[in-house]
Design a protein around this ligand. Structure first.
Ligand SMILES: [Zn+2]
Length: 246
């Protein structure tokens, strides 16, 4: 299996952050490996993973599933256990469509600030809820806010979960519009390829503060991204789920 790719520029920036007393900064820098190994991306520059956090969401996940089905693309959904309990039908639809389901904790706490006992409970409870609803094993975990420290990663691994970060950010938790989300994604894919890395795209089909967050800009941006990478004359992009890398 290809090892996680460490972004050299990000690594240097994280190291500088440490020198400046920026331990907290380093613990949320998405490609930093300072606090333990995490899966960032594979090494095949053609690979692009669409990953969606903070769902399931009434207001966007069903529409997103339609877009992905129309383009015959599979994605990775890091779902919150509390939302999954509210909308188990959407979780089952995600899995039935062949997408990969991942753990994004029950209630989205910043795990780097929590006790070991709370971290374990958030991860274990979310896994139990998702596995009960979907009937599949959940093996991947994305920490809320990207926040981690060694104990978080150790507990995740004890529970059989691979921590997954990202190397391209859609910034879609801000109301920046589909055009700008798409620009961020395309620029990030181009940058990853120049660095001979796969691209792991951070997007959101929900919002961690409340069910029903408006995310149709994300859905539209994804539709246009997939249209632009389609066809034999396209860029050779292969959309994968994160289990392709580990
Ligand atoms: Zn989140």
């Amino acid at each position: 299996m290809p090892g996680p790719v460490v972004d050299a520029v990000a690594g240097a920036a994280a190291a500088l952050g440490l020198l400046g007393g920026g331990l907290v900064y380093a613990s949320v820098w998405p490609t930093s490996q300072i606090f333990g190994r995490t899966l960032v991306a594979g090494s095949d520059p053609r690979h692009v993973a669409l990953t969606f956090d903070d769902g399931p969401n009434d207001a966007a996940t069903p529409e997103l599933l339609e877009v992905l089905a129309r383009h015959h693309v599979k994605a990775t959904f890091f779902a919150m256990g509390s939302y999954a309990r509210m909308r188990p039908d959407i979780v089952r639809a995600v899995v039935a469509a062949g997408h990969l389901l991942g753990n994004h904790t029950m209630k989205h706490p910043k795990l780097s600030m929590e006790s070991a006992a709370r971290v374990r409970q958030e991860l274990a409870d979310c896994n139990a809820v998702l596995e009960d609803i979907a009937g599949v094993a959940v093996r991947f975990f994305r920490p809320p806010f990207g926040a981690r420290r060694p104990v978080v990663l150790r507990i995740a691994r004890e529970l059989g979960l691979t921590p997954v970060m990202w190397n391209v950010t859609g910034y879609d938790w801000n109301p920046i519009g589909a055009d700008r989300i798409l620009d961020k994604l395309q620029a990030g894919i181009t940058r990853s390829r120049l660095q001979r890395s796969s691209a792991n795209l951070l997007l959101h089909d929900g919002g961690h503060r409340t069910m029903g967050a408006p995310r149709m800009d994300t859905v539209h941006a994804v539709d246009r991204l997939l249209t632009s990478h389609r066809g034999p004359e396209g860029s050779g992009t292969r959309f994968v789920t994160v289990d392709a890398w580990g």
